[in-house]
Write a protein that binds this ligand. Sequence first.
Ligand SMILES: [Zn+2]
Length: 214
Amino acid sequence: MPDAVEKAWSDVVDTARRTVADGLVVGTSGNVSARVGELVVVTPTAVPYDRLRPRDLVAVDLEGRQVRGELRPTSELPLHLAVYGGTAARAIVHTHAPHATAVSTLVDELPPVHYVTAALGGPVRVAPYALYGTPELAASALAALADRTACILANHGTLAYGSSLDAAYDSTAQLEWMSRVWLLATASGSPRLLTPADLAAASARFTTYGQPRS
Ligand SMILES: [Zn+2]
């Protein structure tokens, strides 16, 4: 029977492979993690996701000390640890999704072209640029995540967190899709945007959206 950490590793690898299959990442860029109690299970640095096996599991504690595995964790470990330390995140997905990255070179915030903006906590901010793998990037991202579950790292990529890997992945996919919509709209003209009242109404409706509980 796999333990909780081994199960999380399997889910982290599945999610990481999904980011490649869905075109959100090329090569060994991007990284994925999940929190299990006081541990963080995280993808290793510089290993293609299709080569990861069960024995390649990497886990660190909340200070970043390696507690399981031989491979070195992702170079963005400071980013992941900062988000776990500063939010209620249980899982984090970081990608180099092309449309969101393109948006980050144009604006400081993704304009609210769609009501899904409300599902991410409001208009998604662009965190000012800092070198990858640095505490400066981690601080920049954490500030941009205030009251949001996703941000865009300037000239770099996306960061989203959630209560599960599926939630973090879904926010990433929604952010990338909205970025694409905004780029399509701005290529043709000046998009009409939603108002704060529109977003508040969508947010209120999200709280009752979904299947009824039996
Ligand atoms: Zn990156």
